[in-house]
Ligand binder design. Structure first.
Ligand SMILES: Cc1cc2nc3c(=O)[nH]c(=O)nc-3n(C[C@H](O)[C@H](O)[C@H](O)COP(=O)(O)OP(=O)(O)OC[C@H]3O[C@@H](n4cnc5c(N)ncnc54)[C@H](O)[C@@H]3O)c2cc1C
Length: 471
């Protein structure tokens, strides 16, 4: 196979792209074992990210005699799974009301329980399979920096309590937050114990190695051009299989007929150089919690195993490219790096002198109702999972177990979760979807400015943004 290089660029002293900082750290692999001509399989999985790999893992454990293959255009972990912020948390896209419409209060509680258990499941598999993903289970801290953010986070905790799903969640006072880490302006935080930090590339590459060890062929460098009942057509041949699972999340729009299925949303991250010990003593953050602020367009961060801060922004950057255009090898813009760096300095002024070593981006999938789905039709043998809206690190594992149960035809508590069989209407054609999403994020940013400027209640712009996009 012709070797493929993954491009980098630079913004000042910051390296951009090269797929991601995480993959640069572990080494960007050459795609290997490309498909050579037509073949058959029992299960054909399209996409070698966490969704596809977890599905392969659990299917192979359940049916060791099945021939399971994964088809991957680049290499396992090339997508969001090898680029994310490393939040393994029980947070899930979608509203409780949506789940309740599908199965009442029980469905909401089952969903939250399943997500809590998923965090433990991923950590348990890492231990049992020897995947060293720098995992640290410190929980999730969402930190309020003004009264409106506090009210919003407290409201979320109260909603959890109303649905009786607040176990593991509690409010921390400003002093309690300070004792954990110094974020400027912190007035309190919502803490969720079901959360861990991971190194995304170590997790996804480690899982790929485990899956290969179980006998699954991962044909990398193999682009799927179309999926039909009973087959996946690739640039290298056709795989014929009674079961074909589409696990492409943010790349789904690239397949014929699926452009309006899940909106490919771009997200960027930066990584500082390792910070000196004096800076860490100033910040604290001994618990390695994954951390976000409480804004509408919020920042999320982790303290890495080698003492850096990796920080990304939800909604503060231009996130959706007109007509669903993908990024190029994770190369983000210098503007995105500048915005994230300003945010980092605002949250942690003590790291102002730390070099920003790397900036990169990736794409995730957003369904029209902002709720993930896990679907399998035994009639056609076609299935899919995705649309996790930025909460995919743990949800992909749940999806893998759900797809296993659906494909093997067993009725379990997992197959009765409200995300299962959830069909979502398509996004509007361009330019409506581009305008809608851009407007939503503009409104969120404007709302954050008003709230930070002393507004005493949540800005109405927040609700307007959600209304426009159906969030
Ligand atoms: C910058 C960023 C930060 C994020 N941070 C977090 C976080 O901290 N916590 C969290 O929970 N979630 C986070 N997410 C979301 C999470 O990473 C994703 O939801 C999750 O990784 C999706 O996994 P996946 O396997 O479904 O998709 P992907 O990992 O995107 O995998 C899809 C794979 O399909 C391959 N592919 C594409 N087209 C084809 C084709 N035609 N044929 C064959 N293969 C193809 C791609 O190369 C890719 O490897 C983040 C996402 C991004 C982009």
């Amino acid at each position: 196979m012709a070797s493929r290089t993954y491009d980098t660029a630079s913004a000042g002293t910051t390296t951009l792209g090269g797929v991601s900082f995480w993959l640069q750290q572990v080494g960007v692999p050459e795609p290997s074992d490309a498909l050579e001509g037509d073949r058959t399989a029992d299960v054909c999985i399209v996409g070698g990210g966490l969704t596809g790999l977890w599905a392969a893992y659990y299917l192979k454990l359940a049916r060791p005699d099945w021939d399971v293959v994964v088809l991957e255009r680049e290499f396992a972990g090339f997508g969001a799974s090898g680029r994310n912020a490393g939040w393994l948390s029980s947070e899930l896209a979608g509203k409780y009301g949506t789940f309740a419409r599908r199965g009442g209060r029980d469905a909401v509680q089952a969903m939250v329980r399943a997500m809590n258990e998923t965090v433990d499941e991923v950590l348990t598999v890492c231990t049992s399979e020897g995947i060293d993903a720098d995992a640290h289970r410190g929980g999730v801290l969402r930190i309020a920096r003004n009264p409106v953010e506090e009210a919003r986070l407290r409201h979320e905790l109260a909603t959890d309590a109303e649905w009786d799903v607040a176990a593991g969640h509690r409010w921390l006072s400003g002093a309690e937050v300070d004792a954990r880490l110094r974020m400027s302006g912190a007035v309190g935080a919502a803490f969720n114990e079901y959360g861990a930090r991971i190194h995304p590339a170590k997790l996804v590459r480690g899982l790929a190695a485990v899956v290969r060890g179980l006998g699954v062929r991962i044909h990398e460098g193999t682009e799927v051009r179309s999926i039909e009942a009973g087959r996946a057509v690739t640039s290298h041949g056709t795989v014929t299989a009674p079961v074909v699972l589409r696990c492409l999340e943010g790349f789904t729009a690239g397949l014929p007929g699926l452009r309006r299925e899940w909106l490919p949303m771009n997200s960027s991250l930066i990584a500082t150089a390792p910070l000196p010990e004096e800076t860490w003593s100033e910040i604290g953050w001994e618990g390695r919690e994954v951390v976000a602020d409480g804004a509408n367009a919020y920042a999320c961060a982790q303290r890495t195993e080698d003492g850096r801060i990796v920080l990304g922004g939800r909604g503060m950057l231009p996130r959706y490219r007109y007509a669903s255009r993908p990024d190029h090898d994770g190369i983000t813009t210098s503007d995105a790096v500048a915005i994230l760096t300003r945010t980092l300095h605002d949250l942690f002024p003590m790291v102002r002198d730390a070099p920003i070593e790397h900036g990169w981006c990736g794409v995730l999938g957003v369904p029209r109702d902002w709720t993930p789905s896990m679907v399998f039709d035994p009639g056609t043998g076609l299935g899919w999972a995705g649309g996790y809206v930025g909460s995919g690190v743990s949800t992909t594992n749940l999806a893998g177990r759900v797809l296993r149960d659906l494909v093997t035809g067993v009725d379990t508590p997992l197959t009765r979760l409200p995300l299962v069989g959830h069909h979502v209407r398509k996004w509007e054609p361009e330019p409506v979807r581009w305008l809608g999403v851009r407007t939503m994020y503009h409104l969120y940013k404007a709302a954050d400015r008003r709230e930070a400027g002393g507004l005493q209640r949540e800005s109405r712009l927040t609700r307007l943004g959600a209304l426009i996009t159906g969030r």
